[in-house]
Design a protein around this ligand. Structure first.
Ligand code: SF4
Length: 514
């Protein structure tokens, strides 16, 4: 494909190498049912972009990965060195972007510093120097696939693929069978990983679930059998929430998603109050709710959930305010909300992507304006490319506080900054002084032991610490309050795990939707 000139900003609206919308004003403030307008906008964009239009009817999703990213006209603007770095890092960490991200979100005039570019395109420093050097040497000499894969797998195992004990301590059992497509860490909430939903419309370079996407089955959570989920929730009256997660469950066709959700509704479980869907589809492919050929069906499915009296919590993942700026995402949010679903928003705080108070306050303000509830600011987890993205805890708290101070009460609903760590979700409350000593105040938001919730505790002040494991208890204490019990729980889990057997992969097909 030929080289394209960068688009220029016009009237304060960003344009990029993917095609200029000449009549933006006509598409502002779209109502949910104005999807034809979006189709028109998309046709215009496609016809101007130089990328062949896939469909006259609706925006066509195209993914770009290691195998075809060099075909993107915008990528031709990167130096050969930058393209090589993408190739090297993507041999180890997952890489996928798509036509919407490339054409409508990334500001190619600002690449390589553009936050959405960094969100999807691997960067050299996302690997440790020694790992990068090793893989680059293989790529340079054209090593064969098996050698590259073996080296990639060894590096991956050095990147803490399962942080916070999720493989060893979160997998529940039914009888003596380990349910390897589920996690149950907090009393009220069970996570379910539908096997058809273990990919995403694009991959975030920081994703802590990266092992789901690299083809190492032994690292992956996935499950087809909804009946086991139903049985598990029935057997656990303390469970009120089921979270469908992945990957991204919204990658599934509606009929597949329905095969997981309908059995839960039909089982009429008295303890089930909330179905949560963890998704970044609004950020990465809003056309899923607008113009995809089963968009209306998925909204009907949402309506069935809410009509059954179950709360549908749409746990939307947005990392940067730009993801909230397109007409498509605004219309998609409105359509999802129309079904009775509540949209809660969350994101990790990531250096190079969103590490400023202004980014967060803009994001929270805009989310509230669009009818979403800011829910969590997380911290970069201790896995994958943490060294590239992490922000010290003290700095993270300052960013949270400055953002929080600058928004009104209705946007102050987010919790954080929070670490999803071994014992639970730990919030950084801030830096303070106790009897003249500078300390870091923390609070357990959710714990493996439900009784730990909301317990405050103190750590020695450490401006460089990036994770709970870097912190030491303040005031001469030897351990944090949860450590002894956590150790005991982990030892008991280990015994249980040795006595249980993994769930057999079912050869049966999913039950048909009634
Ligand atoms: S959308 Fe979520 S699961 Fe998918 S890559 Fe991004 S963070 Fe990971």
């Amino acid at each position: 494909m030929g080289k394209k000139e960068p688009r220029k900003r016009q009237n304060g609206k960003r344009h990029n190498g993917g095609g200029e919308v000449t009549d933006v004003a006509g598409y502002m403030h779209l109502k949910p049912d104005h999807v034809e307008k979006l189709r028109e906008m998309h046709r215009l964009r496609e016809s101007l972009s130089g990328i062949p239009a896939g469909s006259e009817e609706s925006p066509k999703y195209r993914s770009y990965t290691l195998h075809n990213f060099r075909q993107l006209p915008q990528v031709q603007r990167l130096s050969e060195k930058e393209q090589f770095a993408i190739e090297v890092v993507a041999k180890v960490l997952p890489f996928k972007t798509n036509s919407y991200v490339v054409d409508e979100l990334i500001n190619w005039d600002d690449v390589p510093n553009d936050p959405i570019y960094i969100l999807n395109f691997p960067q050299k420093d996302m690997l440790l120097p020694s790992h990068y050097k090793e893989m680059a040497a293989l790529v340079r000499r054209g090593a064969d696939k098996s050698e590259v894969e073996a080296t990639a797998n060894r590096i991956r195992l050095e990147l803490n693929p399962h942080p916070a004990g999720q493989l060893d301590h979160n997998v529940p059992t039914l009888g003596d069978t380990r349910l390897t497509g589920m996690q149950h860490k907090y009393r009220e909430t069970v996570l379910f990983f539908p096997s058809n939903g273990q990919t995403c419309h694009a991959y975030c370079t920081f994703c802590f679930r990266w092992p789901q996407f690299v083809g190492m089955d032994e690292l992956k959570f996935a499950m087809r059998e909804t009946e086991v989920l139903v049985e598990y929730v029935r057997a656990h009256p303390e469970v009120s929430d089921v979270l469908f997660t992945g990957g991204d469950p919204m990658i599934m066709r509606t009929r597949n998603l329905a095969r997981y959700i309908m059995p839960l509704l039909e089982a009429d479980l008295p303890n089930l109050r909330t179905i949560r869907i963890g998704t970044k589809a609004l950020g990465y492919w809003p056309y899923r709710f607008l113009t995809d050929d089963d968009a209306d069906e998925v909204l009907d499915l949402f309506k069935q959930i809410t009509a059954s009296g179950i709360h549908l919590a749409f746990m939307a993942h947005f990392n940067h305010p730009r993801e909230l700026s397109t007409d498509a995402v605004k219309a998609a949010i409105a359509r999802v909300k129309e079904t009775g679903a509540e949209i809660r928003t969350q994101s990790p705080l990531m250096r190079n992507i969103n590490d400023s108070p202004e980014v967060w306050s803009d994001m929270w303000r805009e989310q509230v304006r669009l009818g979403c509830n800011p829910y969590y600011m997380f911290l970069a987890r201790d896995t994958g490319a943490q060294q590239y993205f992490s922000v010290p805890l003290v700095r993270a708290w300052e960013i949270f506080r400055d953002a929080y101070k600058s928004v009104s009460g209705v946007a102050r609903t987010a919790r954080g900054p929070s670490m999803s760590a071994d014992p639970g979700k730990v919030e950084v409350l801030g830096v303070t002084k106790v009897e003249g000593k500078k300390v870091l105040a923390l609070r357990m938001l959710q714990g493996r032991n439900p009784d730990w919730a909301m317990r405050p505790f103190f750590a020695k002040y450490d401006p460089k610490a990036i994770w709970l494991s870097d912190l030491r208890p303040a005031f001469g204490e030897r351990r944090f309050f949860f450590e002894e019990e956590l150790g005991k729980r982990y030892r008991e889990d280990n015994v249980r795990r040795r006595q249980s057997k993994p769930q057999k992969r079912s050869a049966r097909r999913l039950a048909p939707v009634r």
